[in-house]
Design a protein around this ligand. Structure first.
Ligand code: IPE
Ligand code: IPE
Ligand code: MG
Length: 248
């Protein structure tokens, strides 16, 4: 009998994924980049379902960066079309798995009908209690921090806040989703070793897992490998671990 794929150790509360490598996946087989993006949807489904089943409370997927607007209009069109399809077709599966959907980013930049579909999906899945799935859409970490700084400047100008009182917590409270905990683990597929403007503020103590697997090939087995890698890490947060024998 095939072994059931499931972690036998505590899972992190928040896993975030930079879903990269769709274009290369397609190119490898002589297909158009659009096919790679299309195949990426199967990976999104499997990883989301596994996250909900395994008790990962927060899953954040980087789907479209603020910088991705610089891609050819035709590719952006394909990505928006696939996003519409995903939002229409996956709503039921999300509901069945107790997944609450939220969007993270400069949503005003998205086409109006996509914004509407997002709002409908967010509303329909608001009761999902197993896992919160956040999609990074028109998301940029620097833009997010900049937007928070604008709100702080407004509070200062209006006399609601004095500059000397500013704390990191006040900045965190003005990010796109203040209810989102910092990611414990950030996974990047596709072999590049960089953040590409993802969760810059929130990633300060995240563990990083980089894999050469291209996103359309990524499945729950790869997620399990990343969780195993995470489980072996010692998170110190700047402190000395209490188990250190040299501490007296
Ligand atoms: C990730 O795949 C999807 C998006 C960034 C929207 P890419 O489209 O970046 O694929 P590669 O990196 O070119 O292979
Ligand atoms: C990062 O991938 C953005 C997303 C996965 C949505 P990119 O392919 O856009 O990143 P770079 O350009 O290689 O840094
Ligand atoms: Mg890429």
């Amino acid at each position: 009998m095939a072994q059931r794929l499931t972690p036998d150790f505590p899972v992190p509360a928040h896993v975030a994924v930079i879903m990269d490598g769709n274009g290369r996946w397609a190119g490898r087989s002589g297909l158009l980049r659009a096919r790679g993006h299309e195949e990426g949807a199967a990976a999104v489904r499997d990883v989301t379902e596994a996250a909900a089943e395994w008790g990962i409370r927060h899953l954040t997927l980087y789907a479209f960066s603020a910088e991705n607007w610089q891609r050819p209009a035709a590719e952006i069109g394909v990505l928006m079309k696939l996003l519409r399809r995903y939002l229409r077709e996956e709503r039921r599966t999300l509901l069945e798995h107790g997944v609450r959907l939220r969007a993270l980013g400069r949503l005003a930049d998205l086409p109006a009908d996509v914004r509407e579909l997002l709002a409908e999906s967010e509303q329909a899945t608001a009761g999902g209690e197993r896992c919160t799935l956040r999609l990074g859409l028109s998301y940029g970490g620097r833009q997010e921090i900049c937007d928070a700084v604008v709100r702080i400047a407004e509070d200062v100008a209006a006399g609601r806040l004095s500059p000397g009182e500013l704390t990191p917590g006040m900045i965190a409270a003005r990010l796109y989703d203040p209810g989102m905990p910092d990611p414990d683990l950030i996974i990047r597929t596709g072999g590049e070793v960089r953040l590409s403007n993802f969760l810059l503020w929130q990633s300060s103590y995240a563990e990083m897992h980089f894999t050469p697997v291209l996103w359309p090939d990524f499945r729950r087995g790869h997620l399990l490998e990343a969780l195993q890698d995470y489980h072996r890490r010692v998170r110190r947060f700047g402190r000395v671990p209490e188990s250190d024998p040299a501490v007296r």
